[in-house]
Design a protein around this ligand. Sequence first.
Ligand code: FRU
Length: 461
Amino acid sequence: MNLSVKEDLYDVKYHIRPPHGLLNDPNGLTYFKGVYHVFFQWNQKGTTHHNKSWGHVISKNLIDWVYLDPALEPKDWFDKDGCYSGSAIEYNGKLFLFYTGNVSTKSGERKSYQCLATSRDGMHFEKKGPILEHPKGYTSHVRDPKVWQDTNHIWWMILGAQTQDLKGTCILYRSDNLKNWTFVGPLMQSSPSLGYMWECPDMILLENKDIFIFSPQGLSPKGDFYQNIYQTGYFSGMFKKDGTFIKDKNDFTELDRGFEFYAPQSFVDPKGRRIVFGWMGTMKPELEQAVPTISNGWLHHLSLPRKIEWKNNHLYQHPISELHSLRKEKISIGDTLKRKKNLELSSPQNEILLCWNSNHAENFVFHISKEVAIQYSKDRKRFTVERTNWLTHKKETRNVILKNSLWHLQIFMESSSLEIFINKGEEVFSLRYFPQNFPLSIGFETNWNRQNSLDTIIYPL
Ligand code: FRU
C-alpha cells in the first residue's frame, strides 16, 4: 500500500488517516483471527465526498497499523456510487461485512441497497449483493447497517433512516441465520423529533443499561448544545426482546463536546472492552475544503480508540491503556510553567497530563500554540475550548458545564488535532487546529498562589 501523502507539518503520527484522499466514518470494527480490523470510508481518488470505498487497516495492538488493499470498492450495480458505512461480525469462522450500496440513477434519483460481503481470511472479500428489500414508508435515505447478536442468539440489524415526512429515525431487522432478514419496525415507538436523518446507529448492550448511539442531522443549536454541523450522541435505556428501545428520561446527550467528532462505531474486543472510534470529523463544506492538508493530498483522520464505560448515569470515555506504549519519556514540568509564559515543546506529538492532586482546579487559561485556548471557570465548573477557525481566522468556542469540579486533564496532541479528556473521561473535546508557528508551545495563565497543587507532565510521543 502506497502511503503517498507528501511530507506534511500537519501529518498525524498515531491516528489512523487515509493513505491519501479523504477518510470519513470508521466501519466494520472487529477482531478476527488474531488481529484488529478497522475499515473506513475512503475516497481514494480525491479529497471530496465521492467514490467511497472501504479502506482497511489491521493491527495486533490497536497502535501499530498496517494498510491493506481496500476491502470494498464501488464497482457493482448495487454500490456503483459508493460502498457506504456499515459493520462487521465474525460468524462460523467467516467475516461478514454489512454495508450500504449507494446508487444514483440516470434520472438523479438515490437508491440505497443493504449489502453483504464475506471473507475467509479477512483480506479478500466476496460481494454477495443486496440482502434486504427497501422498507416501505421510508425515503431512500436508509443506510449504515450495524449488526449484533443478543444473548438469545438472535441477530439484529439497526439502520439509520428517514420517514416519508422527512424525519430522522432508526429501523430494525432480525435474523436467525444472517441471510434472511425480517423487518421489525422503528426502534422507538415514537421517535423523538431530532432532525431530518439519523446516521450511523449503534446499540451497545451493557450489563444494566443499553446505550443507543446515533448521529442526527438537522438539529438547531441550543445554548451550549448542537453547535456543530451534525451531532453525535446517545440515549440510555433498555433494548427489549421484541426489538424496541425504551429510552430513559435523559435527553439526547452529545458524546463529544468539541468541534470534530462524528459517526462513531463500537465493538467488543477480546479483552471484553467496548471500544469506540469516531471520525474527526465532519465540518461545514467550506471549512473542510480549506483544511491545509488537502494540498498534500489527504483529509481527515479517525479518533483514538476509546474504551467506554457506563457509570453514575453517564457515558465515560477513556483513551485505551495501550496508548501508554507511545510515551517516549516523562517530563515533569513543575515550576517551569510558572516562570515561562511560553514553553516550547520538543515534539509536536505529546500526551499532556494536568492533575490537581489534593484540590480542584482554580480558574485558568491554558494555551496550546496561538490557535487553541482551554479555559476553566471554577465557580460555574465551565470548561471552554476556543480555537482559531482556519478559514475565517475568527475565534470560536465550545463549552460544557462539568458535573464535577475539574481535577484531571489528559490531552492527546498531534500537530493538527487534539483530544482532551476531562476528569478521566467525564467529557471529551475533539478538534482539529492548524498552528502557524513551529515549534509548538504551551502557556498557562492563572493565579499561581491558588493553583499550587497542580502537577503537569508531558510525554513526548
Ligand atoms: C456519515 C455518512 C454515512 C454514510 C457515509 C458515506 O458520515 O454520511 O451515513 O454511509 O457517511 O460516506
